[in-house]
Design a protein around this ligand. Sequence first.
Ligand code: MN
Length: 358
Amino acid sequence: MKMTLRWYGPGYDSVTLEQIRQIPGVTGVITTLYDIPAGEEWPRERVKELKRIVEEAGLKIEGIESVNVHDAIKIGTPDRDKYIDAYIKSLEALGEEGIDLVCYNFMPVFDWTRTDLAKMRPDGSTVLAYDQKVVDTIDPQTFFNQTNDNSNGFVMPGWEPERLAHVKELFEAYKDVDSEKLFNNLVYFLEAIGPTCEKYGIKMAIHPDDPAWPVFGLPRIITGKEAILKLFRAVDKPYNGLTFCMGSLGTNPKNDLADIVRSSEGRIHFAHVRNLHHYAPGVFEEAAHLSSDGSFDMYEVVKALHDTGFEGPIRPDHGRTIWGEKCMPGYGLYDRALGAVYIQGLWEAIDKAEARGV
Ligand SMILES: [Mn+2]
């Protein structure tokens, strides 16, 4: 296991590499070229420069989150191959620079969805929260505008204003895309990039849908164990793997998180570890990473990762906003640093217990 933190790059993140470097045990970052829109090629020079910046700070790029997939590929439009070619060029730029992990998602229109970006908890911290009733009573454009207005002035991943200025047109473009078509388009994409991934040893790690069910009538296809195993079988190659995001999969309390880890042995390339507090079906808020603060048994999940020999990067996922920090919702320094240390504490205890045969 390699402990990492997500970092949005120069100019986009309130957290600095120098701060990340001082979190105990954190050796790398998961980063991106945030300004390059989905569908455009990543120039090798830009990747090289990003790598230089990270390495000068004493850290390593352990993976990219994300190289975004253009809507044409998800919809399966006649010009999708042009966008797949651009994606391949981006993978080549990464591969040439020795970066071998790419997180991506295949969610139509919206990435992760939350109805409140700063829900106040009893201790005065704020968290992202979700209430299905709100989604059920709002139109997508209004929803997008509200999310954007509440982001503390930060551009949030998956909510880029340029792209989502045209929410209505995007919905129109997806109107004939059901879950089967979306899945087939994903398989087409993975098969097309396969030779490049294999050439460079790049591991593709799909991020599950968040929340793990259809929103605004849009299909969602990476929602639980059966869906994940179906994708592994459809393109049965090691490069086709998963970002095990427990916060996303855990939005559905029926998902057994430790079981998903054990069933996906060898195919989890990246792990997002965090906790949620469930109140009712479709109503939850994010929590501190500790088991005691939310609904998940963090020990069981980390143990499953440990038992299955997981060696990839882990990052703490969304944290609470605490101690007066001004940051992108979910991506402050303080609570994620606490999370990183807590996860390493669990890992060390599991590791030593196993070594002693306890
Ligand atoms: Mn995640």
